[in-house]
Design a protein around this ligand. Sequence first.
Ligand SMILES: NC(=O)C1=CN([C@@H]2O[C@H](COP(=O)(O)OP(=O)(O)OC[C@H]3O[C@@H](n4cnc5c(N)ncnc54)[C@H](O)[C@@H]3O)[C@@H](O)[C@H]2O)C=CC1
Ligand SMILES: O=C(CO)COP(=O)(O)O
Length: 346
Amino acid sequence: MSKITVLGAGSWGTALALVLCDNQHQVTLWTHNSEQKLQLEKDRVNNKYLPGVSLPNSLHISDNLNQSVDEADAILLVVPTKAIRNVCKQLNAILDKPTLIIHASKGIEPDTHLRISEMIREELDESQIKDIVVLSGPSHAEEVGLRHPTTVTAASEIKDTAKTTQELFMNSYFRVYTSTDVIGVELGGALKNIIALGAGISDGLEYGDNAKAALITRGLAEITRLATNLGANPLTFIGLSGVGDLIVTCTSVHSRNWRAGNLFGKGMNIDEVEEELGMVAEGIRTTKAVFQLANKINVKMPITQGIHTIIFDDEEPKKVVDYLMKRAPTNEMDDISEMLRTRLSD
Ligand SMILES: NC(=O)C1=CN([C@@H]2O[C@H](COP(=O)(O)OP(=O)(O)OC[C@H]3O[C@@H](n4cnc5c(N)ncnc54)[C@H](O)[C@@H]3O)[C@@H](O)[C@H]2O)C=CC1
Ligand SMILES: O=C(CO)COP(=O)(O)O
């Protein structure tokens, strides 16, 4: 049994805390919101973020970060990307020994274009980090909360800590694979949210299955192209954190990003979408970050560019689709050959 502290009591933090409780670990779920702490303790259900799922009696709820992480064997960070630095700054003032940090958030920071593990390394001292493991894959909290079969990947360059993470989470309904491709796994989880916005927009326009299949497939080519340029293994993108997460996020009504896209497709603007959603759709900020990054390093990402125009320039979705369809004709496999060439020349 390990002592594990989950930071972030949203849908995913709550669902992962349940998995860890089912595995007989000693688990604390930390929320920064004292009203939420009282609500969780009183109802033993996360009414706002994971309704209908009972919290196990063994789950300890806290709003005190200091006490929550005291003597923790591992810390699981699951706050939205925009809160990562703030939470890490608070941890920086507290942690007094090398700690295993596992993160399950999915995003890229605008302006710096950093992945989450890179942001964590900027905020914590080296002496506070035993390792940072990325936990990512096709996994909606709503289904994990029901203990439906789910598979994810735990990625670290240090095989032992990826294995430790696998052992902490693995059970009969939650299967964990390991990987050493931290860049690929982290980017796969973050970038698919952009394409999920696109799938939602397409469904909001009622374009049907052909358009969505096109978005998923060409979206995969586009995000793999960027990730390979940033050092990821292209093969990671035919795995759980690549095509796996794209499928689940682009096709599920549980997806916050798909739902946000759907609202954009129906004509709402960014303020209206964020208000209506009430939960984090990471793809919105990630679209901004990736649009900047792709321009900076000169990687072609037409779908991301189009979604950026819809979200941040209020462009009509139909006009963007028209632009995408009328681009100069190309050869489908150019991408793949280019990626393999890059990989083989490494
Ligand atoms: N919901 C899901 O099924 C999955 C979510 N994720 C990722 O997990 C991360 C969290 O997502 P969700 O749990 O869905 O978000 P959510 O919108 O359900 O909840 C976010 C939580 O973070 C808390 N929070 C916000 N700002 C904070 C701060 N400054 N300090 C501490 N806590 C703060 C909120 O109070 C809330 O409890 C995201 O990066 C998301 O992409 C990954 C896989 C599945
Ligand atoms: O990452 C997820 C599923 O794997 C969750 O996606 P959403 O944030 O779009 O709900």
